[in-house]
Design a binder for this molecule. Structure first.
Ligand code: G4P
Length: 528
């Protein structure tokens, strides 16, 4: 086997999707604990809090109780290399989350035993399903009283419309939660709690007919377990991995991230059945892992580290071997770029990457060179079209309130736009020089203002516009100029010079389309 094939087969690149509070941070931390990347759980949270203390931008996270940054964590477990993409959980950051999911080969859907399928889970699930990403389910907080496994499986099937197969089965729940039964090995995993789950849980693995089980869980729970196992074996579907790979079937695990119950069992089974990086399709056809280096930029983040003030473009390697200081073609501009100072990030720490393989994420620091969705390739010039752009739904003028800092204002706006946090539009027909921001949710405007203040030292003001619909327009330039848009629509330009109309409502759009049959209206820039 070649080195690239071998290294690719070891990799699992995935994201955890969940509603806030379901336990994503806790599970992440426990995966790192079992992967040996941290010795004592609590450090990821501690780092998170530390970061919050050192940056104003993180203040916003704290105030809102949300996570706006995404980091990529790489760690090893047994023979595997895991790349865990951390996706922000809040509604308003869905565009960023969607883009991050384009870099994942599978997703772990985390569900709270008591709360079941929640709104954000539904949204993220829909993205994964649309992209055909295989989904693994982890039902968390089994140590809390909840709905019970059967009710939850039914909910997953009914609400999300995906078939499910339990890989393991919980023994009791709430304060009676004793462990899980592994359906493949037919063994019972009994755990004992450690202080706050800071270290690995002590585990006893017993055969189902071992008399010691009843000593620990009691005769009633044992009988319930036997009945449940019978029911699953008779009524349940088998674990067909092809269906899992197509995103039609989700393997379900039960556990408690806080107490570590079921975490390692999940991790080791996930390694076995989650897909390794495979072929991605570019404009010139499928790109297998074996071959020259290629990859695409799915995320750009400015000022990640307040001390460095740099911008990092996160690249997902699709094929070949990435090496520090290698040259690759930047296919949008046709230029050759030297990829120096590649970085891997672990929370706030950075280390230089010497080499990377398909599935890995590399942070590139070339200032200003990259846009979201850009492809790099050391072989044939190809272009991946993996990263979608999302049509904004809210709009606002943003004003620089600090005349002396206009340059900083302009730089800040431009860089935050490059990150994909907001889109920029310009009203060329009015005397106003300020940009119009467009975003998927209003919270992004607050983040922009917050970051302008803390990272660029600029005070700004917002003047919200009432538009809700956006269309890119194409047509004869003379005709375009002569259209009367009325007070319910405004013709502007996007940052690339394309004509765009901002419209009050879907009804107004319908009217405009009827009145201007020769113009073509497009929902996104990609469709032009
Ligand atoms: P998130 O990243 O998905 O938002 O969730 P996070 O891990 O921060 O967990 C949210 C809350 O749920 C935390 O409690 C956490 O301790 C708790 N939790 C996570 N997993 C489990 C579990 O398996 N069982 C139980 N019972 N609780 C769990 P908190 O009080 O909000 O925070 P903290 O005081 O623990 O920091």
């Amino acid at each position: 086997m070649s080195q690239i094939t071998d290294q690719t087969a070891r990799r699992r690149t995935f994201a955890i999707i969940s509603h806030p509070d379901a336990g994503k941070t806790t599970l992440t931390e426990k995966l790192l604990l079992y992967g040996g990347a941290i010795q004592l759980a609590g450090s990821v949270k501690a780092r998170r809090n530390q970061r919050k203390a050192t940056s104003d931008w993180m203040e916003l996270e704290k105030e809102r109780g949300i996570s706006v940054t995404s980091t990529v964590l790489q760690f090893e477990y047994k023979d595997h290399v895991l790349n865990l993409l951390d996706t922000p959980g809040h509604n308003d950051f869905s565009a960023d989350t969607y883009r991050t999911l384009t870099a994942a080969d599978s997703a772990v859907m985390l569900i709270d035993n008591a709360k079941g399928v929640e709104t954000q889970t539904k949204k993220l699930f829909a993205v994964c399903r649309d992209r055909g990403i295989p989904i693994f389910t982890f039902v968390n907080k089994m140590d809390h009283p909840g709905r019970g496994p059967l009710a939850l499986l039914t909910e997953v099937e009914e609400v999300l419309g995906i078939a499910s197969v339990p890989v393991n089965w919980p023994i009791g729940q709430g304060s009676d939660f004793k462990g899980v039964y592994d359906r493949e090995t037919k063994k019972v995993h009994l755990y004992s709690r450690t202080a706050h789950g800071a270290t690995k849980a002590e585990l006893e693995v017993l055969n189902l007919d071992d008399p010691r089980i009843t000593d620990v869980i009691g005769a009633d729970l044992y009988q319930t377990l036997l009945d449940d196992i019978d029911l699953l074996d008779i009524a349940g579907e088998g674990l067909e991995l092809e269906k899992v790979a197509r995103g039609e079937l989700t393997p379900v695990f039960f556990g408690s991230a806080l107490t570590n119950f079921g975490v390692e069992l999940f991790l080791s089974r996930f390694m076995d059945i989650a897909p390794a990086p495979t072929v991605r399709v570019a404009d010139k056809g499928p790109v297998p892992a074996e071959g020259p280096f290629s990859g695409f930029v799915f995320k750009i983040q400015a000022n990640m580290d307040p001390n460095h003030r740099d911008r990092i473009a996160f690249l997902r390697v699709v094929s070949g071997r990435f090496e520090k200081d290698m040259e690759a073609a930047h296919t949008r501009t046709g230029k050759k770029l030297r990829l120096s100072r590649p970085q891997r990030l672990f929370a706030q720490d950075r280390e230089t990457v010497e080499e990377a393989y398909p599935g890995d994420i590399v942070g590139l620091t070339n200032p200003g060179a990259f846009q979201l969705g850009d492809t790099l390739s050391s072989g044939e010039i190809i272009r991946f079209d993996e990263v979608p752009s999302f049509a904004p739904e809210v709009f606002s003028f943003i004003r620089n309130d600090d005349v002396g800092r206009l340059k900083h204002f302009e730089k800040g706006i431009q860089q935050l736009c490059e990150e994909g946090l907001v889109d920029l539009f310009w009203d060329r027909r009015s005397a106003r020089r300020e940009p119009i921001l467009g975003a998927v949710g209003k919270l992004q405007f607050e983040v922009v203002q917050h970051r302008l203040r803390s990272e660029y030292g600029v005070e700004s003001g917002l003047e919200p516009l009432g538009f809700e619909v956006i269309r890119w327009v194409e047509g004869d330039p003379v005709e375009l100029r002569s259209v009367y848009w009325g007070s319910n629509a405004r013709l502007v330009e996007d940052d690339f010079g394309n004509a765009v109309v901002l419209i009050m409502s879907a009804w107004n759009l319908q009217y405009l389309e009827d009145q201007n049959p020769k113009l073509q209206f497009f929902k996104s820039r990609n469709e032009l």
